[in-house]
Design a binder for this molecule. Structure first.
Ligand code: FE2
Length: 150
């Protein structure tokens, strides 16, 4: 798959019909373009998952969006962790533990959904929205401020 195909797939997957649950706000910007772009992509994926739940999309659609969410989350956390490592960020271990907690939750959900042991609900999309906004406004902004003050 070319990068353009992958981008088109992402765009078609993140097109939503219903009101987005995760509304982006300038207050969430950290000032780091790469981090901000990835955060906005995560919001779009959560919105598309929410949309798919509300509009009762097929199992395969939900699974595809969950896969996309997992991959983007892992990739995004790697980006932040690499930035923290290269800046000798003093709170690296704790920040990484918080990332690992969310990855474990998302991967567990992905596996349970795949095995038909769990369904995706709006409680889950609500949890993801709240987790992301809380994390961005707290830990991520603190981390970026440290980079900027170095
Ligand atoms: Fe983070």
């Amino acid at each position: 798959m070319t990068q353009e195909d992958s981008q088109n797939q992402f765009k078609s997957m993140t097109t939503t019909l219903t009101k987005p649950i995760a509304a982006w706000h300038t207050a969430y910007e950290t000032g780091n373009l790469e981090v901000d772009t990835q955060h906005q992509e995560l919001f779009e994926i959560v919105n598309s998952l929410h949309d798919a739940v509300i509009t009762s999309r097929d199992f395969s659609v939900l699974q595809e969006i969950l896969n996309c969410l997992t991959n983007h989350t892992v990739e995004h956390f790697h980006t932040e962790e690499a930035l923290m490592m290269s800046a000798n960020y003093p709170d690296y271990e704790r920040h990484k533990q918080i990332h690992d907690y969310l990855i474990a939750k998302v991967v567990n959900l992905l596996h349970k959904f795949r095995d038909r042991e769990a369904s995706i609900t709006t409680d889950i999309t609500q949890f993801l929205t709240e987790w992301l906004t809380h994390h961005i406004k707290g830990e991520d902004q603190k981390m970026i401020q440290f980079f900027q003050n170095k």
